[in-house]
Design a protein around this ligand. Structure first.
Ligand code: ADE
Ligand code: ZN
Length: 330
């Protein structure tokens, strides 16, 4: 089967990070905002390194003002993601970018996003669920506000809580209160770690935040004992190889540790992170992985099994997705 046609599950995806540059340019123009500096000569997002990437990302996001903007973003992104063969998507939604974590504003943004997602499900068959995500470099107080937004809206659509942002800022334990709130609301938990931080950042995230999944986590490969621990405990890594390569963490696909982690028994999954920022799509990730490591359709099917078991959605949704993966209509 062609890589596009293979059914896919994607667990690590930032909604704003998936905004096509043309959409952001269009919205900026309508609002008379000059953000031309974030684009390169080819019209794509341009950044020098990870710190600069975060600034460009936040500048792009700053044009998304109203709930209707997020509805348009969701509609655009889901149409494209469905065309990549993705049948189930968990997307990171940040209350910080949706009314600055004000709870009543968050309800309005979330309503707009969830409506657009329901519409995309009817039209394109893609099922999306939201993982409320706080931003590490905005600090623990903002994280608590985001966790409150998550806890207050936990349910069929909001199924998880996570943390993205600059891993060099603060320690996981500074954010334990926010993660405890989310855990009490029965949300699934994930945190970005082991991307810019080394193995110790993964150990701390597991010990102090007691998460179910790790966003990235690839630098665990630098500590064989941690690799064994991940394999034994079944912690799931949301690996985004194209993102890691575009941001300069690894020089090439052949250098990327995803295959070594998988062979060591670690539960890995594949996602795009912020596709237009990294010139990637789920199909491209599959094609590059097949080229670099001889992964076959069976390898990808096994990856989907891992991803579905680690998905934060309810059992009925999971069962319906399982049928889609098996080629049966749910
Ligand atoms: N936010 C969006 N993409 C991210 C990444 N790769 N790492 C940390 N925070 C992010
Ligand atoms: Zn991410």
């Amino acid at each position: 089967m062609s890589a596009t046609d293979l059914p896919k599950i994607e667990l690590h995806h930032h909604l704003e990070g998936a905004a096509p540059p043309a959409l952001i340019r269009d919205m900026a123009k309508a609002r008379h905002m000059d953000i031309s500096g974030i684009f390169g000569p080819d019209g794509g997002y341009a950044y020098r390194d990870f710190a600069h990437f975060l600034r460009v990302y936040e500048a792009a996001t700053s044009v998304l003002k109203e709930p209707a903007d997020f509805a348009r973003l969701t509609e655009t992104v889901l149409e494209r993601t469905a065309a990549e063969g993705v049948v189930y998507l968990e997307s990171f939604l940040s209350p910080d970018f949706c009314g600055r974590c004000d709870l009543s504003a968050w309800h309005e943004y979330l309503h707009a996003i969830a409506e657009a997602a329901a519409d995309a499900e009817r039209r394109h068959g893609i099922v999306m669920r939201g993982v409320v995500t706080c931003i590490r470099h905005f600090g623990p107080d903002a994280a608590r506000k985001a966790a409150l937004c998550a806890a207050e809206t936990a349910g069929d659509f909001i199924v998880g809580f996570g943390m993205a942002g600059d891993e060099s800022k603060g320690r996981p334990r500074d954010f334990a209160y926010a993660f405890d709130m989310a855990r009490e609301a029965r949300l699934g938990l994930t945190v970005h770690a082991g991307e810019w931080g080394g193995p110790q950042s993964v150990r701390e995230a597991l010990a102090d935040l007691r998460v179910d999944r790790i966003g990235h986590g690839v630098r665990a490969i630098e500590d064989p004992r941690l690799v064994d621990h991940l394999a034994e405990t079944g912690v799931v890594l949301e690996v985004c190889p194209g993102s890691n390569i575009a941001l300069g963490l690894y020089r090439s696909w052949a250098d990327h540790p995803i295959d070594r982690l998988r062979r060591a028994g670690v539960k890995v999954t594949v996602s795009t992170d912020d596709p237009p920022f990294f010139g990637t799509t789920m199909t491209r990730e599959y094609e590059r992985l097949a080229d670099a490591f001889d992964w076959t359709d069976d390898t990808f099917a096994a990856l989907n099994d891992v991803a579905l078991a680690a998905a934060f959605c309810d059992e009925d949704t999971g069962a319906a997705i399982r049928k889609r993966l098996e080629g049966k209509n749910a």
